[in-house]
Design a protein. Structure first.
Length: 81
């Protein structure tokens, strides 16, 4: 079994300067799903975003590249990862 998690607020402008809303819409549901899947031994596929990076690299980012988010949205996505 696999859960593919794509839900959450995806508009960075809606979440900027609203950390409480960001936590409610993106972080808490992701945490719940991760914990549930771990308890049930279900794989969780989480889709993140390029907003976890600052965009300064001249090369494409690797999956394990160091994150450096510039927005509330990006920070929330890093926390979810």
């Amino acid at each position: 079994d696999v859960v593919v998690h794509t839900a959450g607020e995806r508009r960075p402008d809606v979440l900027e300067n609203k950390p409480d809303l960001t936590e409610e819409l993106n972080e808490k549901p992701t945490t719940y799903l991760a914990e549930y899947c771990a308890q049930k031994n279900i794989k969780l596929l989480y889709l993140s975003t390029d907003y976890v990076f600052d965009g300064k690299s001249p090369e494409p980012y690797e999956e394990n590249a160091e994150t450096s988010p510039l927005s509330t949205y990006g920070i929330s996505k890093v926390r979810c990862e």
